[in-house]
Design a protein around this ligand. Structure first.
Ligand code: COA
Length: 450
């Protein structure tokens, strides 16, 4: 991939917005729900859930991340050709979320300042933003007037109180600046995809919380990820981007693996599944079998249930093997750093993983990143990007400090906010966009509060 020239298209910068309120999972929450805190912190991997205040929603969060990105990159509205929004928390069945966002930004940059910028919403559960990025990158490659594109992910992950999904909630927005000659990541434009009709997670019209078949959603995620990875691997080889020698695997050519993060443990399950699958091409497979014993083969079992149980046991042992733990530590673990403090932000969570690596200064010029995005319903997309020479010059965001400065709320306040019963904001809005009302027709009114 050529670096530092106009043929490269990708992510130039990224900004993250997370609400100022959080609920710790250990303590009042775990006691009240009767769950061992060890399960939440270790078994699920989330310490704190971000909670939107009364005046916040997916639209205000999107506007906040975009404003931050524009300020960081010194972008003027007329330089932005398109804003694509990935969300599954849309507040309108017809009006594009980006139009509300533009309305808010025009309160700062002036009325009509975005009128030549087009905006559309992408809905595909947690993969919407990735499809938006894929589409926008092809537009950016053909753009000839120096305009840039923005992809925004914004979601409130919300499940019923006391359900198994509750402790994986979160909220936040990530905005990506997509352009030619990007400073951070050049996309290799190799996309491996997988799609299948599933009922793992959906939100019928009018429902504010999702319907989830939790364990089934984990399995759909893993099946789809493996399908998308295989599709990516075949395309990368056909295109000549990756040429594995004898005994080499595709993941040997990927320095960091970023998976969708509904909760941090899931990236462990995903990387175990993908690495086990990929390593079957190499001598590592026999080395691991020496440590763990032979992999169960479906042909050796008459009963499918017994084979599945044996295989699940083998995966658990594989995830504890020396070889896997080394690879996980080197390529995956750090991607979940911010998610542990935020929870699930649905379609932005994979890019929160990228923000984790950037804030920890873990990526270096020339490295290849592999992204495995997943959206329930279900689809997966696996794609790659190369870290650019200028990546180190992009200023950090101070996200860890910002997360430490948030306000802790009580279980009672969290439940009032969750149920829409809170009467006033926990922290009054200050220097931020806020929902100030909904008129008699259902049109939402937003302001920038000084
Ligand atoms: N200490 C440490 N770990 C513990 C523990 C304890 N006291 N108690 C349980 N655990 C571990 C379990 O052993 C398990 O780990 P393992 O897979 O290595 O065995 C892990 O915690 C999760 O527990 P489990 O009981 O399997 O999960 P759950 O019933 O709480 O459900 C989800 C988890 C993800 C299915 C559920 O939260 C959900 O439906 N979430 C929403 C949908 C979602 O995010 N889907 C993901 C794909 S998109």
């Amino acid at each position: 991939m050529p670096a530092g020239n106009d043929r490269a298209v990708g992510i130039d910068d990224l900004s993250v917005y997370v609400p100022r309120l959080f609920l710790p999972l250990a303590g009042e929450f775990s006691t009240n729900r009767g769950i061992d805190p060890g399960k939440l912190i270790k078994g699920i991997g989330i310490e704190r859930m971000a909670v939107p205040d009364l005046h916040e929603d997916a639209v205000t969060m999107a506007a906040m991340s975009l404003l931050d990105l524009m300020r960081r990159a010194r972008l003027r509205p007329e330089e932005i050709g398109k804003i694509y929004v990935g969300t599954e928390s849309s507040l309108d069945e017809a009006k594009a979320m980006g139009t509300y966002v533009i309305g808010m930004l025009e309160k700062i940059y002036g009325k009509g300042s975005f009128q030549e910028c087009s905006t559309v919403e992408f809905k595909a559960a947690c993969i919407g933003t990735t499809f938006a990025l894929e589409s926008l990158s092809f537009w950016a490659a053909l753009e000839e007037e120096g305009k840039v594109g923005i992809v925004i992910a914004s979601d409130v992950a919300k499940y019923p109180l006391a359900s198994a999904g509750e402790y994986t909630q979160g909220a936040g927005s990530v905005a990506l600046l997509v352009k030619k000659n990007p400073r951070l990541l050049a996309l290799e434009q190799i996309y491996g995809s997988f799609t299948r009709n599933e009922n793992d997670f959906f939100r019928p019209m009018g429902c504010t919380t999702a319907v989830v078949n939790g364990k089934h959603s984990n399995q759909c995620y893993l099946d789809a990820m493996q399908g998308a990875f295989d599709s990516f691997a075949a395309r990368a080889v056909r295109k000549g981007a990756i040429t594995p020698g004898k005994g080499e695997c595709i993941t040997d050519f990927i320095d960091h693996l970023l998976f969708h993060i509904p909760y941090p443990r899931m990236v462990e399950y995903a990387s175990a599944a993908i690495l086990r699958h990929d390593w079957r091409q190499s001598s590592r497979c026999s080395e691991i079998e020496m440590e763990l014993g032979t992999e169960p083969q479906s042909l050796g079992y008459e009963d499918l249930g017994k084979y599945q149980a044996a295989d699940a046991d083998y995966v658990r042992r594989f995830a504890k093997s020396q070889k896997f733990l080394q690879a996980f530590e080197a390529k995956v673990r750090d991607t979940a750093m911010l998610s542990r403090q935020v929870g699930n932000i649905y379609t932005g969570s994979i890019y929160l993983g990228l923000a984790s690596l950037l804030e920890m200064q873990k990526i270096h010029a020339g490295e290849r990143l592999g992204f495995g995005a997943y959206g329930s319903g279900c689809s997966a997309l696996f794609f790659s990007a190369i870290v650019q020479q200028q990546a180190g010059s992009v200023p950090l965001r101070g996200l860890v400090k910002r997360l430490q400065e948030r306000r802790q709320i009580s279980l009672h306040d969290y439940e009032l906010l969750h149920g829409g019963l809170m009467e006033k904001s926990v922290v009054m809005p200050c220097k931020e966009f806020a929902l100030v009302g909904i008129d008699h027709q259902g049109y939402r009114l937003y302001e920038y509060v000084e």
